[in-house]
Design a protein around this ligand. Structure first.
Ligand code: ADP
Ligand code: MG
Ligand code: MG
Length: 252
């Protein structure tokens, strides 16, 4: 269970998150939508522990632990996965090497035996088949020269191998074609599990044509201003974000 309470975060003294509240129970998939600049990526980065942002108030309880007190690597080892965590290309480091190191770090932390080369290959090949990735991608440098869709498959592969307890997918506002959205959606749907929570961040409703979230939240100016079921996404699609801002204006 993730409980975000009154979260405030700033960058260079500029407040971005301004009292964000959110609870995600085990097994749930929540979608966070919102206009450009509302703080969606900031939320993802703060949860992952990126130091560019300063948390100025509030708390995040994750399964009884104070998430914000944990260094970023500890969060990852404890099962927090941020997609785009490894968006960078790493020339000279094979995908196989990289994935094995990441998976074994998580397994050590969980008290599970580390994979040897043979076990890892068997596991990774099975997962690659499930995401529709050719084996040659194991031996290529991490993300180097991968197309957008191939990077997405690789990201879903990372998520499948790391078996996160909480996955945060920040589907940035541009550059995602419909095929890439489907790859992400299939990955999310396949990896849904009672022990795993997922937060899918998106600017566009269309991702939610393929993922049926348990809850939808709208982030505006650093706070969640509306929550509902998937019908909220459809309403947004129909009326646009101006509708939310207008409703906020009425309240003020
Ligand atoms: P979203 O993901 O919803 O589009 P972001 O979280 O990326 O929004 O950004 C929220 C606000 O924070 C924006 O006003 C943006 O300009 C600002 N911001 C984000 N990153 C930085 C940064 N590195 N330096 C200064 N301002 C930033
Ligand atoms: Mg943006
Ligand atoms: Mg963003």
């Amino acid at each position: 269970m993730l409980k975000i309470n009154n979260l405030h975060a700033a960058i260079d003294g500029k407040a971005i998150l301004k009292g964000l509240n959110l609870e995600v129970a085990d097994g749930e998939v929540h979608a966070i939508m919102g206009p450009n600049g509302s703080g969606k990526s900031t939320l993802a980065q703060v949860l992952a522990g990126r130091e560019t942002f300063t948390v100025t108030d509030g708390s995040v309880d994750w399964n009884g632990a104070d998430l914000l007190a944990l260094p970023a690597e500890e969060r990852a080892r404890a099962g927090l996965f941020l997609a785009f965590q490894y968006p960078v290309e790493i020339p000279g480091v094979s995908n196989a090497y990289f994935l094995k190191a990441a998976v074994n770090a998580v397994r050590r932390h969980r008290g599970l035996p580390e994979y040897d080369a043979m076990d890892f290959l068997a596991r990774v090949k099975a997962e690659m088949k499930a995401v529709g990735m050719k084996e040659e991608f194991l031996y290529r440098s991490v993300n180097e020269g991968f197309s957008g869709g191939e990077k997405k498959r690789n990201e879903v592969l990372q998520m499948a191998l790391l078996e996160p307890r909480l996955a945060v997918l920040d589907e940035t506002d541009s550059g995602l074609d419909i095929d890439a959205l489907k790859i992400v959606a299939e990955g999310v749907n396949r990896l849904r599990s009672p022990a795993r929570s997922m937060i899918v961040i998106t600017h566009y409703q269309r991702l939610l044509d393929y993922i049926v979230p348990d809850k939808v939240h709208v982030l505006s100016q650093g706070r969640i201003v509306r929550s509902g079921g998937r019908e909220l996404a459809l309403e947004l699609e129909e009326h646009g974000y101006g509708w939310i801002d207008a409703a906020q204006g009425d309240k003020a």
